[in-house]
Design a protein around this ligand. Structure first.
Ligand SMILES: [Zn+2]
Length: 475
């Protein structure tokens, strides 16, 4: 395993075009410098054990099976939710405009562009959710003009641009054909019920479950073909209730990232910056080397706000993002602020608001220099050992104090000593934070771990090779 690990590190270095591997190999006879030190391995293992102990059942949430859409004030639950997500989501179906309702013994739900039907008899199969034939209902018995079918035995030559459907006697061609094929085809839209035709100045075509509209002015964009609002029309015609409902407790707002896989993004954790290297003290010259390395290898430090915007589906991240965090707000960290600012990089500083090792003026200057000031409690206690009132004070009080100093939102909380449990997480949630940071656990960031996202400790005695390993490879 360790041989494989070393190979992996070497490959990474070659890809980055750096000569670090040669330097390492020249130290033959000693313990190779790229070999993770025993102490490092032990501390990681201890960290993982502690992480497992602190793990709360259910806290590592899987993707939700019910979400709320604040845009229209409705919830969508599985299996409709999974169907909606996996068959085109917002662009194809639009927002939900009703709750699930009973229609003669069948559960249905209206969306802007479709009506979902739950077929319990097909539970677990791909036919469990089907879409109502709203296009068919709209076309009715019309067989005139563009609705007139060609005979089923029409001798048609199908090409990549044009397909004849004997099932309904209509052609599908060009841009509509491409859209139909790329966005779900028969299952989502059904067969064509007309030729393409002009209606209200638009080129449209009717399908069993949809009406395509061509917008030539938007050619080349995702909006070139739009779908008619057949679900909204049908809801209006049948008089179903579309008024919004309140957001239920414990149901998240819909965001695509709730369903994304985890990403690998190292959140590096520093403690003191000082003259003598030790596990918790990184010399400033070493920090500068590490920042140089990040810069020359294309890494971009981002804030936790940026990371959580990504997690919440409201923001993007650069290709090689990393978060640099500094715990405890010690006086020596002012040198880290200078180093970061000189590199035009941002860092996240977790400040115990009661320590005052960095002055209020320094904290404000850090904000002005692009740093993010976040909370690390007031007095840095073991939070799991505190009573409810004391816990609440440490969590909410530090947030209020830091916000008052900086005039900026304080949205993230790092648990002192990495000590947390479900009760601590609940207090952090209640205080209005957006997320919580653990003190170990690696580089795998997932939306479900938003109250205990893992970090990787930077040890002051790390070699540059070990630092690079933590950034590039550490799982
Ligand atoms: Zn701390």
């Amino acid at each position: 395993m360790e041989i494989g690990h070393v190979r992996l590190v070497q490959r990474e270095f070659k890809e980055n075009g750096k000569g670090i591997v040669e330097t390492s190999v020249a130290l033959a006879g000693e313990r190779p410098r790229y070999w993770p030190r025993l102490g490092f391995v032990v501390s990681v293992l201890l960290g993982l054990c502690a992480g497992l102990l602190a793990w709360q059942p259910g806290a590592a949430a899987a993707a939700p099976n019910t979400v709320y859409f604040p845009e229209t004030g409705h919830t969508v639950a599985d299996p409709f939710l999974t169907y909606w997500r996996t068959h085109g989501a917002l662009p194809i179906f639009g927002y939900p405009i009703t709750q699930p309702i009973d229609d003669q013994g069948m559960t249905v739900q209206y969306f802007e562009r479709a009506r979902f039907e739950l077929h319990k008899e097909f539970s677990g199969s791909s036919s469990e959710v089907e879409l109502t034939l709203l296009g068919r209902q709209l076309v009715g018995d019309r067989h005139d003009g563009p609705f007139k079918p060609f005979p089923a035995n029409t001798l048609a030559v199908n090409t990549s641009d044009r397909t004849f459907f004997p099932q309904t006697g209509h052609y599908l061609a060009y841009g509509f054909k491409q859209f139909w094929e790329q966005n779900g085809g028969l299952a989502v839209f059904g067969y064509p019920l007309s030729e393409d035709m002009s209606e209200n100045g638009l080129t449209v075509q009717y399908f069993q479950r949809a009406r395509f509209e061509w917008h030539p002015e938007l050619r080349g964009t995702p909006y070139e073909v739009e779908l008619g609002r057949l679900g909204a029309d049908a809801a209006a015609n049948s008089g179903v209730k579309t008024s919004p409902v309140g957001k239920p407790a414990n149901v998240p707002d819909y965001a695509p990232a709730l369903f994304t896989q985890s990403i690998r993004l190292p959140i590096l954790m520093y403690h003191q910056i000082g003259p003598t290297a030790s596990r918790y003290v990184v010399p400033v010259w070493l920090l500068n080397q590490q920042l140089d390395w990040l810069q020359s290898n294309g890494y971009t430090p981002v804030t936790l706000t940026q990371l959580y915007n990504y997690i919440d589906g409201t923001g993007a991240l650069p290709a090689k993002a990393v978060v640099l965090t500094f715990d405890d707000g010690t006086a020596g960290q002012w040198a880290a602020v200078q180093a970061l600012a000189a590199h035009h990089m941002t860092g996240v500083f977790f400040i115990p608001s009661g320590t005052k090792a960095l002055t209020d003026g320094q904290l404000r200057q850090m904000v002005a220099d692009g740093m993010e000031i976040e909370s690390h409690s007031i007095t840095h206690p073991y939070l799991t050992k505190l009573s409810g009132g004391a816990l609440e004070n440490e969590v909410a009080g530090s947030r209020a104090a830091l916000q008052k100093i900086t005039g900026q939102p304080v949205d993230f909380f790092a648990y002192p000593y990495g000590d947390f449990n479900g009760r601590v997480i609940a207090a952090v949630q209640a205080a209005g934070y957006r997320g919580g940071l653990a003190a170990w656990g690696g580089a795998e960031i997932t939306p479900g771990k938003r109250w205990q996202e893992p970090r990787i400790e930077v040890d002051g005695t790390d070699s540059m090779t070990e630092f690079a390993y933590k950034v590039i490879t550490f799982p």
